[in-house]
Design a protein around this ligand. Structure first.
Ligand code: HAM
Length: 414
């Protein structure tokens, strides 16, 4: 019997895991100096939470959720994204009673039943951040500057910041009308989903991935032409802060996010090296969601970074050095084997990475392993060394070697 991982999911193991850890560390370091603290929400939530926030007519809710009933018949979903669970946690735990803004970051697996392809998985990982309680466009710009610094810390170049504003409930009716008008004489050619969306939420047609629909919506009205005064002001101020903070960006009026909860600012960070799935991070404002979840009116904004996509960019941007043991202890014979075990343990207690050779292997094969591991030093112990109380060491980088009394071995390597 042979087992393999499910389609669209993947294992992460050394050396790739090193890139993952590097990305996670950079995120934690940078997000912390912007005042974000970690929040851990469950991976399973009530299905309603996602239907309510992401929207019934979105691809995620219509086609991609991993939903099931538990033994008590509750409707449960493996989270397809992290914002709704964070909002649920924020409201349920009355975190809005704390001084605003409350800023959180999170990381972990998300699940969407999508067609797997390069950069698109069914279980994928995100690092996300959400800030609650500030409606000013200043924080929108701060969020983008945090992302920019994060990418810079990882040495990534060639990323594009695309921004848009999709307005608020005031601007929506006018835009909806314009879209309905535009689509009215093309409806025949749309896919069945879009025909339905046209009735329920025509904005979603702009996010359809079917080729025919993409062609038919060419020339559709831009939401930015339908913004109300306040949304327009917000968008203008946001862009002026971006310029002030030296964040090059382009306005992409065609950018509609795949989730319904957004209001005003939306953004995506894209990179052409990623191919078709070119968004490495994305997010926006969702000023209504806390209220929709039963909390007080609370503006909010956040984003999520796709870990598979960013780690692939980091890997292709340079080689990371692979960590190596400091000392490799090669032993010949049983008593040397025991001595080696004791020395290795002591070195580890001192915080020194020590690897042991196993006496079942010849000295030659032990040394070959030390070399393959790129150990800094090899320590050789045999009967002669035990009898004389002097151990042989060799530095692999330049071949320098010598002897030390066994009692000095800890101070020597320290
Ligand atoms: P999203 O655009 O659906 O937004 O996902 C954010 C990022 O997750 C994408 O830009 C991409 O890098 C990655 N991603 C999404 N789906 C997949 C997939 N199937 N395989 C690999 N990577 C993927 C959200 O999830 C929002 N919750 C972001 C947000 C936070 N908005 C406000 N706060």
């Amino acid at each position: 019997m042979k087992y393999s991982a499910l389609k669209g999911v993947h294992d992460i193991y050394p050396p790739d895991i090193l890139t993952w850890q590097k990305v996670e560390k950079a995120a934690k370091d940078i997000f912390t100096v912007y005042g974000f603290q970690e929040l851990r929400a469950p991976i399973i939530e009530s299905t309603d939470i996602f239907i309510r926030s992401i929207g019934e007519t979105t691809d995620i809710v219509e086609k991609e959720m991993y939903s099931f009933s538990d033994k008590a018949g509750r409707h449960i979903t493996l989270r397809p994204e992290g914002t709704a669970p964070v909002v649920r946690c924020y409201v349920e735990n009355h975190l809005y009673n704390l001084p605003a803004p409350q800023k959180f970051f999170y990381s972990g697996p998300m699940f969407r039943y999508e067609r797997p392809q390069a950069g698109r998985f069914r279980q994928f990982f995100q690092i996300g951040a959400e800030a609650f309680g500030v409606g000013e466009p200043k924080i929108d710009a701060e969020i983008l500057s945090m992302l920019k610094l994060f990418f810079e810390r990882l040495g990534l170049k060639g990323l594009n910041f695309e921004v848009n504003s999709i307005g608020c409930e005031q601007c929506r009716p006018g835009y909806r009308k314009a879209l309905l008008n535009f689509f009215s004489d093309r409806l025949e050619g749309f896919c069945p989903d879009c025909k339905r969306r046209n009735e329920q939420n025509p904005l979603r047609i702009l996010d359809c991935k079917v080729d025919a629909c993409i062609k038919l919506r060419d020339g559709a009205p831009h939401v930015t032409d339908y913004l109300c005064g306040e949304c327009r002001e917000h968008f203008t101020a946001f862009q002026s802060f971006l310029i002030m903070l030296n964040i090059p960006h382009v306005v992409n009026p065609n950018m509609v996010r795949g989730l319904d909860y957004y209001t005003r600012t939306t953004f995506e960070v894209t990179c052409e090296h990623l191919g078709a799935q070119n968004a490495v991070a994305a997010g926006g404002r969702y000023d209504r969601l806390v209220e929709d979840f039963g909390g007080p009116p609370t503006p909010a904004i956040g984003f999520a970074i796709g870990m598979e996509r960013i780690t692939s960019l980091v890997r292709s941007s340079g080689t990371d050095s692979i960590p190596a043991p400091f000392v490799f202890i090669a032993t010949i014979g049983e008593s040397a084997g025991k001595e080696g075990l004791i020395i290795a343990n002591r070195l580890r207690e001192e915080g020194i990475w020590a690897e042991l050779g196993y006496t079942g292997n010849s000295l030659k094969s032990q040394l070959r392993r030390a070399d393959r591991l790129s150990a800094d030093y090899v320590l050789i112990i045999g009967d002669d060394e035990i009898n004389s109380g002097r151990l042989k060491w060799k530095r692999l980088s330049d071949g320098t070697q010598g002897e030390i009394p066994s009692s000095d071995v800890y101070s020597f390597f320290k």
